[in-house]
Design a protein around this ligand. Structure first.
Ligand SMILES: O=C(CO)COP(=O)(O)O
Length: 125
């Protein structure tokens, strides 16, 4: 399974904890992430992650383009609902691409846990 992991700064600690919790399953997946999120997942969780550009520099758009071409199966995007982002149009484009292409997209921890738990159980990891 090809999984994109993205977290805004205020949600990065939560992403690191989530990835640690599901590291057994995630380590069986092909992982990609926006730059800073990916760097933390590599350094703090030990996952193999392809790091794309940082979100504000186009990372969300890169993931959106891959998704539109059928190269992403799941998006975990922990958005910070309390902080305005300079690249809001890019964020909306990625979430819209998930809806257009019917790719599961979790934008909060509860949804992410539900998806990852279900997928991990199905994979028996
Ligand atoms: O801004 C982001 C997503 O919109 C995340 O980018 P970084 O992982 O590079 O911080």
């Amino acid at each position: 399974m090809r999984v994109a992991l993205i977290a805004h700064n205020g949600r990065k600690d939560a992403m690191v904890r989530l990835a640690g919790e599901f590291s057994a399953f995630l380590s069986t997946c092909t992982l990609m992430a926006t730059g800073t999120t990916g760097g933390r997942l590599i350094a703090e969780v030990g996952l193999a992650v392809e790091c794309l550009l940082s979100g504000p520099l186009g990372g969300d758009l890169q993931i959106g383009a891959r998704l539109a071409e059928g190269e992403v199966d799941l998006v975990i995007f922990l958005r910070d609902p309390m902080t305005p982002q300079p690249h809001e149009p890019d964020i909306n484009a990625l979430v819209r691409a998930c809806d257009v292409h019917d790719v599961p997209c979790a934008t909060n921890l509860a949804s992410a846990r539900l998806l990852l738990h279900t997928l991990a159980e199905a994979a028996a990891v």
